[in-house]
Design a protein around this ligand. Structure first.
Ligand code: CDT
Length: 324
């Protein structure tokens, strides 16, 4: 008897700057209904799913942007989503901007079980972009102005009959994200993203946006023997083109479902959670094959002293670097 979980990624098309929260929540509920009708027990919504991707604009002072943030989850705007999902018997992952009672701002997500109870919360770890207004850009990417990095790192929860982890957008580009959750036994990782196709610091990467999206998630799934369910906010939002290509990826690294459009769209896949063990107990049997004693550098803060200076092997950080 294998553990099967039918999952959905609910891609959102653009959310306008002036689109009211209740209208967005109605769209989420419609996507959730579609997912439930197609048998899904878990639906993954995008990062910052309740609003437009507001880090594309500079706002001063910072608290003038507080209207983009949620102070409660569920709160008045999101309670209808929690209620609709519970009545459909479908759980969900939802990305949103979080403002805590003591004034911290995070790019967050909540994971909710099929009965409407909160499984856990996640705060984005890797915060991309820049801290200050950079008027030379066609649009800003001010996540580092609006959000603090999540201090808790990555976790995995027992939920949906398996071990479920969470990550948000830029987190998916970092191998450490998957490996930490892999070490915790993740069998399914939920991800939401808003990825502008144009990358002003190096536009040569623009044409590769879709390739890089697949590259990192397919590798992360395979190298850690886990399913990944990734939902985009796609399409041209307030003049900025966002990558779509929401996908569901198997522990083999294969894409089993992918969105065909850049708008509101649900994709569904039947995930055999026991399939993870084909990888976790063979090629990627961590206990048997990993060599953590020679990987210590990757958990050290980055230092230029670690960079090679010549042909000699670079010493580990505990030893002083000697000039060649
Ligand atoms: N939302 C988010 O994290 N987007 C980033 C854009 C990187 S460029 C500043 C991403 O990794 O897709």
């Amino acid at each position: 008897m294998t553990r099967h979980l039918v999952v959905a990624a609910a891609q959102l098309g653009p959310v306008a700057r002036d689109e009211p929260r209740p209208a967005v929540v109605e769209r989420l509920i419609a996507l959730g209904r579609d997912a439930a009708r197609r048998g899904a027990e878990l639906v993954v919504f995008p990062e910052l799913a309740l609003t437009t991707f507001f880090p594309r604009w500079w706002t001063e002072p910072l608290d003038a942007a507080d209207h983009w943030f949620e102070t409660d989850m569920p709160g008045p705007a999101t309670r209808p989503l929690f209620e609709a999902a519970a009545s459909l018997g479908i759980g969900f992952f939802l990305g949103y901007a979080e403002l805590t009672p003591d004034g911290h701002r995070y790019n967050s997500a909540v994971l909710v079980e099929r009965d409407g109870t909160v499984v856990g919360n996640f705060r984005k770890v890797h915060i991309p972009g820049h801290e200050g207004n950079e008027p030379w850009r066609p649009f800003q990417h001010l996540e580092r102005y609006y959000f603090e990095p999540g201090p808790a790192g990555f976790s995995v929860w027992n939920a949906f009959g398996g071990r479920v982890g969470m990550m948000l957008c830029n987190d998916r580009r970092w191998s450490e994200t998957y490996r930490v959750m892999g070490l915790l036994g993740a069998e399914l990782i939920c991800c939401g993203y808003n990825t502008p196709v144009h990358y002003p610091p190096d536009p040569s990467q623009d044409i590769l946006a879709g390739f890089h999206n697949q590259l990192v998630m397919q590798a992360g799934a395979y190298q850690n023997g886990t399913w990944i369910v990734a939902a985009a906010k796609g399409g041209v939002e307030e003049g900025s083109e966002l990558l779509a290509q929401s996908s569901i990826i198997a522990p083999s690294g294969q894409i089993v479902a992918q969105a065909l459009t850049t708008g509101d769209e649900v994709i569904v896949a039947d995930c055999d959670l026991d399939w993870c063990d084909r990888y976790k107990k063979t090629l990627f049997d961590f206990a048997r094959y990993r060599r953590p004693e020679v990987y210590t550098l990757i958990a050290e803060p980055h230092s230029p002293a670690h960079a090679p200076t010549g042909r000699e092997p670079v010493p580990p950080p505990s030893e002083p670097a000697v000039a060649p």
